[in-house]
Structure formats: C-alpha cells, structure tokens
Design a binder for this molecule. Structure first.
Ligand SMILES: Cc1cc2nc3c(=O)[nH]c(=O)nc-3n(C[C@H](O)[C@H](O)[C@H](O)COP(=O)(O)O)c2cc1C
Length: 382
C-alpha cells in the first residue's frame, strides 16, 4: 500500500511530506506540482496569509534525473511567514505569551485536554489547514501517475452560504469555467451572489461554508473491492475527504438525495452495445457500486463548514481563570470552499492512485502499464 506522512507547523520553518511505495519511472513535473500548490492558495475569501506564502516544493529524495526511483519521495515546502514567528515558534525554552482562550469549532479545547498543554499555540500550529499544502503536493504526484492512464480529476464549487448554482455542459467545459473563476464556480451569475455573501460575512466579522464537487473521469472499472469494509472505494474516498479540516459531510453520487427517492429512480440501468460494451444512461451512483468503481465518472461532494476563527469571536472560557471571554482570534480566512475543493482533488487522486497501484502493481511504471493494457484487453472480451 502506498502511504504518506506530513510534518510541520503552520508557522514553523516548513512543511515536510514523505511518500512511500510509489513506483519508479514516473516523470516528476515540478512545474505541475507547484501549479497545484498555487491553485490551493487561491480563492475569493482567503485571508492575508495567502498573500505572504508562495508555496513551492523542494525535492529532497526519491527522484533522480527527473524521474522517481521507487525510493521514498520527500518534499519540503517553506513557510515564508516563519521569520515573523521565529520567537513564538522557538525550539529553545523561552517565555512567550500563551494563547489561553479556545476557539469554538477548532481543535483548541480538545487538543489542550488531550495533550495536557499549557499554550493553545501548540494545538493551533498543527491543527491548522496549512498542513494541507503538503497533501496537495502528494496529490499532485498521484495526479501525475493517473495522467499516464488518462485519468483526470478536477473540482468546482456548487454552493457558498445560501447560494447554490446549477451548471450545464460537458465535464471539460465545466472544468475550464471553474479554473477561470476566483471561486472555482462554473456559473457566473451564481458566482456574483456568492461573492456578495462572502463580502457581507467579512463585514460582519463572520465566516461562510459551502459545497464542492470533485469529479474523476477515466477511472477504469474494478478499483476498490466489496470483500472487506476497508477496501471499499467509496469508504476510502469518504475517509480521505472527511479528513480535510472543516469538511463535515461527504456524499458519493446522489448521496443524500437518493435517500428520499424510490429505488427505480436511484439505480442506473445496465445496457450493452457491441462496440461500447456495458454502459449506463445515468450515473446516480457516482461511479461506484458495492465499493468498486464501475467505469463511470466518480462524483464526490463535500460540505465545508464556515471557518471557526471569527473576527467577531463567539463566547469561550479562559482556561486558567474560567472567566467567560471572547474566543482567541488571529488572521483567518472568511471562506475556504474553493481551496477545500483543490485539497479534495488531491485526496481523491491519492485514494484512486493507491487503489490503482494495488490492482496493477507498485514497483515500476512500465510494468504497471503492461498490466493495465492486459486488463483493458480482458475487459474488451467480456
Ligand atoms: C484551506 C483551508 C483553510 C482554512 N483556514 C482557516 C482559517 O484561516 N481559520 C480557521 O479558523 N479555520 C480555517 N480552516 C478550518 C480549520 O482548519 C478547521 O475548521 C479546524 O481545523 C477544525 O477542524 P474541523 O472543522 O474539521 O472539526 C481552514 C480549512 C481549510 C480547508
């Protein structure tokens, strides 16, 4: 099983990630990886921090002469903001002003109780979504692998606050429109309303959530399995998407809508054509049945809650005096839905790439290509 770990604090020197179990022979396009990092940083509603950071990876291991070697791949992403935090983030013992009033909706109180800490800064620094920059770098490597097999993953915003948009057109045009939009929204008039809602929230010292959709096209049938709970592709995707900070709901295909419909309006009928093979006219299942990909586009939606740090803070409690006080506040985003979509692409790419490597081999890209071709030939005969 391929795996990865990340390390690093939000205002520490850097973020680090190690990817293990990825095949040799993959061309590592650094420009693409850095472009993915840039996509995560954009979005109407992000805060001041993103104006400071210009994320780029430095490759420390696992790559030689432009290609992966099969050894662990290590990336380093510098935190450009570190110099202004050097004292607070000091490795040496010293006195600093502690953060002592936890923010509702953040890891602050849970982390304080769990680890017996004295300063909430220790929780804040690692619970911060800054860590997701490392995940996007990992996802970019997964995307590079999937590209070799014509699998493409993209995302777009479908709701922010009370505004929900409907979209039209094929996947390619939706993807293009989303890439051009500061909210990653494929529908222009809806986007204007979303911006107004964000501006209003900012003025009120509040924050806003929403919904993103991730689409994976070109995924072959047969990834994941029904034979054990933890092999189910839908379960693995839900886990990965739910692990993104602020994501509070995940659905695959028609998800929650299907709960109120009769079975005949939910399942996708199976048809056959000599040239096409098996095919469907609908994709309500979102490309996964019984935990196995069925060859249709994989469709995942994630509900993002409004970010917890508010410039007009909610009530909280001073951890030592137990006095009721407004929660701690610091520089924060107002709305992170578009960025969450990009992070969700990365997590989706990772899960699909992992399932792909499990099925077709993990050591050498050349061997994987051979195995994949043989599989596609077998499918054609069925
Ligand atoms: C890209 C991104 C940026 C975020 N920025 C902030 C932020 O500036 N301030 C904040 O309070 N929360 C922010 N969050 C959300 C928190 O990280 C998250 O709500 C917190 O870690 C608690 O986790 P939970 O909401 O999953 O329970 C962000 C989330 C994402 C995905």
């Amino acid at each position: 099983m391929p795996r990865f770990l990340t390390a690093g604090e939000s205002h520490g020197k850097c973020l680090i990630t190690i990817i293990e179990g990825f095949p040799a022979g993959l061309r590592l396009d650094l420009q693409f990886i850095n472009q993915e990092l840039k996509r995560r940083q954009q979005g109407y509603g992000r805060g001041e921090r993103m104006k400071i950071e210009h994320d780029e990876v430095e490759v420390l291991s696992g790559v030689r002469l432009g290609r992966t070697t099969g050894a662990p791949i290590t990336f380093l992403i510098e935190n450009k903001d570190f110099p202004s935090w050097e004292e607070i983030m000091s490795l040496e013992e010293r006195k600093v002003e502690p953060v002592i009033v936890p923010r509702p909706g953040h890891a602050d109180l849970g982390g304080y109780l769990k680890y017996g800490l004295e300063d909430l800064r220790d929780v804040i620094e690692r619970a911060s979504a800054r860590e997701t920059a490392a995940r996007v770098a990992v996802g970019a490597v997964a995307k590079l692998l999937l590209r070799e097999f014509n699998i493409d993953i993209f995302s777009f915003t479908i709701a922010i606050g009370k505004t929900r948009v409907k979209w039209e057109g094929d996947w390619e045009s939706i993807k293009e429109k989303a890439e051009l939009s500061p909210l990653r929204c494929p529908e222009v008039s809806g986007e204007e309303k979303m911006k107004e809602e964000i501006d209003e929230a900012r003025e009120k010292g509040d924050s806003l959530g929403g919904i993103f959709q991730v689409v994976a096209i070109g995924v072959p049938p047969g990834l994941g399995s029904y034979v054990q709970w933890d092999r189910r592709l839908d379960a693995r995707l839900a886990y990965a998407i739910m692990s993104i900070p602020a994501v509070k709901g995940v659905e695959i295909g028609e998800g929650f809508t299907s709960a109120s419909l009769p079975g005949s309006a939910v399942q996708d009928e199976i048809l056959y054509d000599r040239k096409e093979g098996f095919f469907r006219l609908t994709n309500r299942a979102g490309g996964i049945e019984g935990g196995v990909s069925n060859g249709e586009a994989i469709i995942i939606r994630g509900a993002v809650k409004p970010v917890p740090t508010l410039s007009k803070p909610l009530r909280s409690v001073h951890l030592r005096t137990k006095q009721s006080l407004p929660a701690h506040k610091e520089r924060a985003d107002v709305c992170v839905v578009p960025s969450a979509g990009v992070i969700a692409e990365a997590m989706t790419a990772w899960v699909i790439a992992s399932a792909f490597l499990e099925k077709f081999g993990v050591d050498s890209l050349e061997d994987i290509k051979e195995s994949y071709t043989t599989y596609l030939e077998r499918l054609k005969r069925m």
